[in-house]
Write a protein that binds this ligand. Structure first.
Ligand SMILES: Cc1ncc(COP(=O)(O)O)c(C=O)c1O
Length: 403
């Protein structure tokens, strides 16, 4: 058993050096002068808000992006002074937080801008704001018509400084004509506003997929999340990346075998008796389950007939006992299938064909990074780039690798 995690039953290891290298790689995608906003929402996509933010800023990111103002406050409380853009519209009453902590709100409506202006004036402050434009995501942002009809009132609100304007692509990786149409709506609007003599320093439209596929749309800034975490956006193939753009995976999820058991052909494993064994084997019990986030995944509505057939095939296959749609873990460099249903805090895997497995053997798990429970300890691997990046709000163990 490795000394660093001795006694630990579960942990997520995060390599901040890999994130630092990914930030540097993304910066190389951009022409000099184009800013990088590092998207650190959702606890840095499950890698830890503060450690990721510090690493990104240290490696040259210009701005940080989060959904909620309280995440902006956490960054400030950790001593991070970089500009922080808040993506979602503010609830009435949240303006004070934004003003107090020097965060940059996104504006989606005149009413929101008016409340913010009042809070800014009351505190004697000028607040930089970014206008969000709705061009096809149908989520947040002004529609171009509503923005234009309110533009004069917006621009005359005291206490607000128009720093940026942006839109968010709905299908940058998969639908070129829709993406181009979204950009056209955006660009027409920006030109109309600039034609009225209004200066907007930062235009930004690209997420990871668009930053890769549409270099001509980098504008003054890009907003990148997935690539910083070594993840390719759905729909982008590794082969489509330039050779020099080597992304590193900073994240791994670990547990240890707590129990081994001989089981016989015909035995069933776990709740509901959903899995009947076809041969004698050895079963290893792992001390975690769906309450830690293991085995949880989003099941989006199928995007088309092929997607639907895949979902149906997996469900039917697993009902018939075929190894379809079954999670696998990695032990001693070999893969082991999960047997039966993942329980709340325990799971079983088949290790009958894997030599050298004992109580305490480390097991690497797959997992949706944003779904792994915050109480699972995070171990940050740091080097010269991020010596002091351990997030004191987190349950951190050590700086060493568990492998
Ligand atoms: C407004 C906004 N911009 C940029 C991003 C980054 O997207 P990605 O992780 O694909 O780079 C997100 C994340 O979904 C987002 O909500």
């Amino acid at each position: 058993m490795d000394s660093e995690q001795a006694g630990q039953a579960r942990w997520v290891k995060i390599d901040l050096n890999a994130i630092a290298d990914n930030v540097a790689a993304v910066k190389r995608l951009l022409d000099p002068g184009i800013k990088l906003l590092a998207v650190v929402k959702a606890d840095g996509y499950g890698h830890g808000l503060v450690p990721v933010a510090r690493t990104a800023i240290m490696r040259g990111a210009d701005m940080l992006g989060v959904t909620h103002p309280e995440d902006g406050v956490r960054l400030r409380q950790a001593g991070i002074a970089a500009p922080v853009l808040i993506f979602r519209p503010l609830l009435p009453g949240e303006e004070e937080t934004v003003v107090e902590w020097g965060l940059i709100p996104s504006i989606s409506s005149l009413a929101q801008a008016q409340r913010l202006s009042a809070a800014a004036v009351q505190n004697g402050r000028q607040i930089p704001v970014h206008l969000e434009i709705e061009t096809g995501m149908e989520r947040t942002g002004f529609t171009p018509e509503i923005l234009l009809s309110n533009l004069d009132r917006l621009l005359n609100l005291p206490g607000l400084l128009l720093e940026g304007i942006y839109t968010h692509f709905a299908a940058a990786a998969s639908d070129t004509s829709f993406t181009r149409r979204q950009y056209q709506f955006f660009d027409n609007l920006v030109q109309e506003i600039q034609g009225r003599g209004v200066r907007i320093p930062l235009r930004h439209v690209c997420n990871s997929a668009a930053a890769l596929l549409y270099p001509e749309l980098h504008l003054e800034m890009v907003r990148v999340g997935n690539l910083l975490y070594g993840q390719l956006p759905a729909g982008i193939r590794k082969s489509s990346l330039p050779d020099w753009l080597q992304l590193k995976d900073p994240w791994s999820f670990w547990t240890r075998v707590v129990h081994l058991k001989q089981v016989q052909r015909g035995d069933t494993v776990g709740y509901g008796r959903t899995r009947r064994l076809r041969s004698n084997t050895v079963l290893a019990v792992l001390p975690l389950g769906y309450s830690e986030g293991f085995g949880l995944d989003v099941l989006p509505r199928p995007a088309g007939w092929i997607d639907l057939l895949k979902v149906l095939a997996k469900t039917a296959g697993s009902f018939l006992g075929l190894p379809l749609g079954i999670q696998h873990v990695s032990i001693n460099g070999r893969t082991a299938p999960v047997l039966g249903r993942i329980s709340m805090e325990l799971s079983c895997v088949d290790v009958g064909k894997i030599p050298g497995v004992g109580v305490g053997t480390p097991v690497r798990l797959p997992g949706r990074r944003t779904a792994i429970r915050a109480s699972v300890p995070r171990v940050y691997v740091t080097g010269d780039v991020a010596e002091d990046t351990i997030d004191s709000n987190r349950n951190c163990l050590s700086e060493a690798s568990p492998e």
